[in-house]
Design a protein around this ligand. Sequence first.
Ligand SMILES: Nc1nc2c(c(=O)[nH]1)N[C@H]1C(S)=C(S)[C@@H](COP(=O)(O)O)O[C@H]1N2
Ligand SMILES: [Mo]
Length: 610
Amino acid sequence: MGMPSLSLPPSTLCLTLNLFISRQDIDAMLLLLRRCRRLTAGLSPAQAQRARPAASPAPSWCGVGGGSRSSSGGGEDRQTAQDPRWRPALAGLLVGTGAVLAYGLHHHKAERPLAPMEPALPVFSQAEVSKHGSLEAGVWVTFRGGVYDITDFVAMHPGGDKILLAAGGALEPFWALYAVHSQDHVLDILSEYKVGELDPEDQARQRAVEPSDPYSGDPQRHPVLRVNSAKPFNGEPPPELLGDSYITPSAIFFKRNHLPVPRVDPASYRLRVEGLPRPLSLSLADLKSRFPKHTVTATLQCAGNRRSEMNAVKQVKGLNWGIAAISNATWSGALLRDVLREGGWGPEAAAAAAAAAGRGARHVQFEGLDADASGTTYGASIPLNKALSEEGDVLLAYQMNGEDLPADHGYPLRVVVPGTVGARNVKWLGKVIVSREESASHWQQNDYKGFSPGTDWDTVDFKSAPAIQELPVQSAITQPADGAVLERDADGEVTVRGYAWSGGGREVVRVDVSLDGGKTWQVARLREGEEQGEEQGEAPPPPPLPGRAWAWKLWEVVAPLPPGEQQVEIVCKAVDNSYNMQPDSVAPIWNLRGVLSNAWHRVRVTVRED
Ligand SMILES: Nc1nc2c(c(=O)[nH]1)N[C@H]1C(S)=C(S)[C@@H](COP(=O)(O)O)O[C@H]1N2
Ligand SMILES: [Mo]
């Protein structure tokens, strides 16, 4: 009885709290669980809890160090337990134990019926369950008619605070919110903690008040989008559509949501602006009438664009984006700069702030209105100088492509930070805060940062790297598609098209294309000016102002196919006006989160002779 019952290292289960859980993580965790189950067979959670000294240090990984490991595949298991990928989860945002359980539960519901009721377990009323709503009283939850005492689990897990929101009540709402990661596993954990059945009458009552799917208010999406995750919704357009249109129609503009789309009532909506001599509370009408309307054509790119190519080198954590987590639109709204000045930001305020603090405000934080089950909202920040710069063009945008922002893109207001990674372009903007500090949000602090290929989840220190702001130079081939089969016609030529863009307002000045894997090159034609606009039947965009090239360039080259070759590797690479160029291969820029993936883009096509 001296043996700890569920002696996983805390980080093991907490890993599942991480937003970026991968299939391998799940597999590895299941391995751990199976091992632990063998060791704890016959021990009820209550017994186990009693057996474990209350003030024991973090329990050691079960099976290690006690001579109690089973002999089968021990070495392999040990390796799994020590796998560095386990640990970082703690460094990142703990989405909540509710999420852990939820992920697994959701999947189980879909794919595997619950084990038949164990007859010996007592029946509890909801009133009895509700008494167990804290660590002191014990943490009980219900799920699908079962009653679980998860005190042990919560106590062991630093991320357990969020599950306390479900304490004494039902887990289902958590399950619904975190339905995104439908992975097949966590009911196994929960089953260890089952202590009884919920009174059938209370079950019926619970069903009547079960909240609806938090994603049920999400808007309809165009079926052409390739869905990387349905809840929250993440989708990208087919590359060939993307590359055919300078302005990406809003319906096919890539969509990257971390949470349910909030429904915001435009009439009661207020943008709060803080950290200024005069805090502001602005209605939509205020934003539209009190500040000049500016329109900017700007490309947004997710830090994870082209992550799938990094995944192909070595597994990373994150949505498996192809080459289309990037799109271009016109955005209209008030300049953030004008709004900050309305709030009293100016030379005197800056000087006063600097004098008072010894160091002035340096950042502008943004808070979204989208929130998780615990009320934590999406947030990010940008450097204050970008926000204040006359040439920064940072918008509080209420229009996209000439219409109200679509729900997925931040209705009624989002910030558009041209030249800056998508993650800082906060949608459903609720609050702007001028601050000495960067945003404290998970997405600013513990995500969207770049690391060495040699940094793994065991060694990563998110504090050691700056938050991504301006993105590096990028280009990709949108046509032909990777794996396409081309017929060699009389001309023996192929039309290659793509996009090119660089962060920080740096203009793409050249795109090189190779049809022989990078041995010989030709310069693509940048489809600038008239040509770009005429596809939309609109006036051509003016050439970008120096340092303010916020929009991508589409390019094209018609090139002879190498004679006699059946397998052709087409490659592109772009150069910006600082002569930044893309690296030639993925491996040297690989990083554990799969961000900043901007190696030469390669597509392999098969050429069939006529
Ligand atoms: N409030 C809020 N803003 C957000 C996000 C979010 O989930 N919530 N996602 C960010 C990320 S990571 C990206 S890449 C862009 C995507 O913008 P889009 O969906 O309009 O393409 O929005 C950013 N702004
Ligand atoms: Mo993103």
